[in-house]
Design a protein around this ligand. Sequence first.
Ligand code: S3P
Length: 174
Amino acid sequence: MENSKQKIVLTGFMGVGKSSVARHLAYLLGCQQIDLDDFIVNQERQEIAQILQSVGERRFRQIETENLRKLLQANDAPILSLGGGTWTIAENRRLIKTYNFTSIWLESSFEHCWQNIKFSKKERPLAKNKTAARFLFAEREKIYCLADWHFIVRPGFTSFDTAKLIAEEVFCKI
Ligand code: S3P
């Protein structure tokens, strides 16, 4: 695949920094990026937390898959940041592959993600407390592992540092 045609999705646990890495990466590469959660909020005219609370996780996952499909089909942006649960759904992984997107797992420690979740303005009903979040984290690691590339977000690393690393290694730029 030519680097200029490279298309990627960023996955990883809540709070790892997918959206901000995606923004920095788009800036470094001079291309568009779209955040799946933002896209859903726009389409559904409701915040993610409200959707989850009103229709439940099962229906939310269907809405998420429908919107992921729309985004992949539209091919408007080569960089997509997913929600933390998107990649855990087999149908979503299949779609991502079908549309020739390369998957990148932003890996970090649970504590690092939890600190970001705790201090973030974003409401995350599936990580209401540390025990629930830790359980999800442990359950999902083996699925995130299926991504094509893994990048470890080390303590002290900024989102910009991670984006630079991805630009160098995956896109061979900078
Ligand atoms: C979720 C992660 C959230 C959001 C929703 C569900 C999850 O996105 O999609 O609350 O299941 O991990 P972030 O990973 O951007 O927080």
